[in-house]
Design a protein around this ligand. Sequence first.
Ligand code: IPE
Ligand code: IPE
Ligand code: MG
Length: 256
Amino acid sequence: MTVTADLGVSAQVDAGERIGVPRHVAVIMDGNGRWAVGRGLPRTEGHRAGVAALRRIVKHSAKRGVEILTLFSFSSENWNRPPAEVGFLMGLLERFVRRDLAEIHRQNVRVTMIGEREGLDPSILGLIEEGEALTRENTGMTLVVAFNYGGRNEIARAVKRLAADVAQGVIAPQDVNEDSISRYLDTAALPDPDLIIRTSGEQRLSNFLLWQAAYSEFYFADLHWPDFDECALDSAFEAFAARDRRFGGLSAKVAR
Ligand code: IPE
Ligand code: IPE
Ligand code: MG
């Protein structure tokens, strides 16, 4: 697989279908609750339907040749929801890992988590780490699960570790720069997202990938997450392919 890293576009295709597909796609899967309430169902049914959408999007992203798919599944602020909803979401994640991990592994997908691990329920963390270990050597798409994740929390944890390393003389203060900060983030091993999709019509980051989103393209879909399907993802990729990414410079079309 070859990659043109400068524009964040995966250049080559597995099955002839990767033209203009972003290399790293990050998704804020929003609107589960409203999807359910709109159908007269409890919010939890929306989360359940959201897992089905997640399965479809993982499969379709891999098929389209996305290299990295990051899914915002639970934010560091989502603990502020009613305990019953939080409990349901934790149970859902647990069941998802138990039921789907083998299939994800079979799809050659590598799973990794970003977010704060400290303080997480040990059984949930154990399952996630089991998934990471099982799929570590896989060579297909990387699925990044943003769980107990908040951009400010991530930056604060990074700065804390960086400060400790400065205090111990591992890194000199004058060597602290954008690259070294990036290396202390949970996303150290990942390129920045090329495309950030948010469903359900909201147009905000909600503390997602604050540092990494500096030059990401944004795509807001009016569909609630459970209704977001293969077609909707293709529409997002089409919109991305038509964007003119300049990174503060000049358009590739006029630069010469
Ligand atoms: C996204 O759907 C799922 C999580 C945040 C865990 P929501 O639960 O936020 O649904 P809305 O936005 O309330 O409709
Ligand atoms: C962002 O959605 C978090 C996830 C999708 C996991 P929220 O529903 O929590 O965001 P706000 O509260 O509407 O900003
Ligand atoms: Mg929401």
